[in-house]
Design a protein around this ligand. Structure first.
Ligand code: AP5
Length: 229
């Protein structure tokens, strides 16, 4: 589904954008790619959930919006990312999981990277049919301590209901409940899907069939990033 290799030169600063609807597997793949490449994974969903858990002003503003499946205001997210991508762990590059999600966020990202529309992001649009998205979201379980993600059928923990890493009881995310999922998918269609057209003319834009096993999808993404091990 994708084009040729992303041809990321050895030693180059790798900047990856993972696009895709809720449940496409962005978080799963971002975690593996970041570990493989030794670069930072930046998940805006995880950052916001962390802010909620710590009761910060950002968390207090985001909580009621996220619970209903809406999008948190652009200015908050742009400020959050601008600070985050300038931290030392992003010196070798980063993978953005869940950002940008609106045209305004995409433009904000270009300008914070000093770009003029040609900044060399590798962009993966991970596509999965809707019935499979619903299956994944309804079966997802999540560790509130380390944010590891599981699925009751396709990626169960070793011990039922407990995180493999820290034994915390797994929970269902509030926004994985039915009404919030419907709202998240509607927000995706209206505000995030237009980013596909925004990025699709770029030479490093790749459409990825995400309706395959985690390993197969990872193999393709990793290969496109020019890592052949
Ligand atoms: P966020 O946490 O980013 O949620 P999302 O984009 O809706 O994505 P998900 O986490 O639901 O899915 P995913 O694609 O990461 O899939 P995953 O790998 O977990 O955002 C949450 C909320 O925060 C938003 O709704 C919004 O309110 C707010 N927010 C965040 N960023 C924002 C922004 N930039 N602007 C404004 N608001 C923002 O996989 C899902 C399940 O499928 C798992 O159970 C997994 O095990 C399983 N799975 C994964 N891959 C496969 C596979 N290949 N085969 C079978 N199962 C698989």
């Amino acid at each position: 589904m994708g084009g040729g290799s992303a041809d990321v030169a050895a030693g180059a600063r790798v900047r990856v954008i993972l696009l895709g609807p809720p449940g496409a597997g962005k978080g799963t793949q971002a975690g593996r790619l970041a570990a493989e490449r030794g670069i930072a994974r930046i998940s805006t969903g995880d950052m916001l959930r962390d802010a909620i858990a710590h009761g910060t002003p950002l968390g207090q503003q985001a909580a009621p919006i996220m619970e209903k499946g809406g999008l948190v205001p652009d200015e908050l997210l742009i400020g959050l990312i601008e600070e985050r991508i300038h931290r030392p762990d992003c010196a070798q590059g980063y993978i953005l999981d869940g950002f940008p999600r609106t045209l305004r966020q995409a433009e904000g990202l270009e300008s914070m990277e000093g770009g003029d529309g040609t900044t060399s992001f590798v962009i993966f649009d991970v596509e999965v049919p809707r019935p499979e998205l619903l299956r994944r979201l309804s079966g997802r379980r999540w560790c509130p301590t380390c944010q590891a993600t599981y699925h009751v059928e396709s990626n169960p923990p070793t011990r039922p209901g407990l995180c493999d890493w820290d034994s915390t009881p797994l929970i269902q995310r509030e926004d994985d409940k039915e009404s919030a999922v419907a709202q998240r998918l509607a927000e995706y269609d209206k505000r995030t899907a237009p980013l596909i057209e925004y990025y699709s003319g770029r030479s490093r834009f790749h459409r990825i069939d995400g309706n395959r096993s985690v390993d197969v999808v990872f193999g393709e993404l990793n290969g496109l990033l020019g890592v052949c091990r």
